[in-house]
Ligand binder design. Structure first.
Ligand SMILES: *Cc1c(COP(=O)(O)O)cnc(C)c1O
Length: 222
């Protein structure tokens, strides 16, 4: 099936309140253009330089989401255009995003990545640490970022119960933190769910799913 067919099939199953991020990492501009022409305007990349190159040559009404781990020294390459940074996991990173956003006179929206998987390899911080950051004095001084939600990645496993348990942990963390309402913090988004588990994620009240291979086909990393 074509990218257009895949997109339309997935979109027809998504509730209206769920945002689809089409994960286009490793995929060529021609594939992304096909999705764009089929009406998709939100794309996710996991490498800042790839995202910047694609942003440069593609229509400017695309919303680019950074879904990968962010190195502080590369924030400057996306600060002028990125719409949402999903993988924020420290106050130091928030400070760098704030600094770069200020140079462009923007407020950059961010999600805090919560570690919900049992694997060691997944990035993110524990819920208590997220709470400490959002309530800190240092955070309150950052006027050019806004934390608008949480992001999580479940363990890579076939065990649906385990994945469900992890999604529910993200949802309950969201419920616990959403009372923290300040000028630069208002949690609305729960980014969870990928090709293999986005339906389960939506059942667990995800509001944003990040789907790549089910739209664009398997990735080739060579
Ligand atoms: C690659 C990636 C996805 C999409 O994965 P698929 O299984 O291809 O849908 C989603 N989220 C993150 C953080 C990713 O790196």
């Amino acid at each position: 099936m074509s990218i257009t067919d895949n997109l339309q099939n997935i979109k027809s199953t998504l509730p209206e309140h769920v945002t689809l991020v089409a994960v286009s990492k490793t995929k060529p501009v021609s594939d992304i253009m096909e999705a764009y022409q089929a009406g998709q305007k939100v794309f996710g990349e996991n490498k800042i330089q790839d995202m910047a190159e694609k942003h440069h040559v593609m229509p400017k009404d695309i919303e680019w989401h950074m879904i990968g781990h962010v190195q502080r020294n590369k924030v400057k390459y996306m600060a002028s255009f990125v719409s949402l940074i999903h993988g924020v996991d420290s106050i130091k990173l928030l400070e760098e995003i704030n600094k770069q956003a200020m140079k462009h006179n923007r407020v950059i929206n961010c999600l805090i990545q919560i570690k919900i998987a049992s694997e060691d390899s997944k990035f993110g911080i524990i819920p208590e640490e997220a709470k400490d950051i959002l309530e800190s004095q240092a955070f309150s001084e950052l006027k050019n970022i806004k934390v608008v939600g949480l992001m999580g990645m479940a363990t890579f496993t076939d065990d649906q119960e385990q994945i469900e348990k992890e999604f529910k942990l993200l949802k309950s963390t969201f419920e616990n933190l959403k009372d923290i309402k300040t000028e630069n913090c208002e949690l609305k988004t729960i980014s969870m769910g990928m090709s293999g588990d986005y339906k389960l994620a939506i059942d667990c009240e995800s509001t944003m799913v990040r789907v790549g291979s089910s739209i664009f086909g398997a990735r080739n990393y060579n």
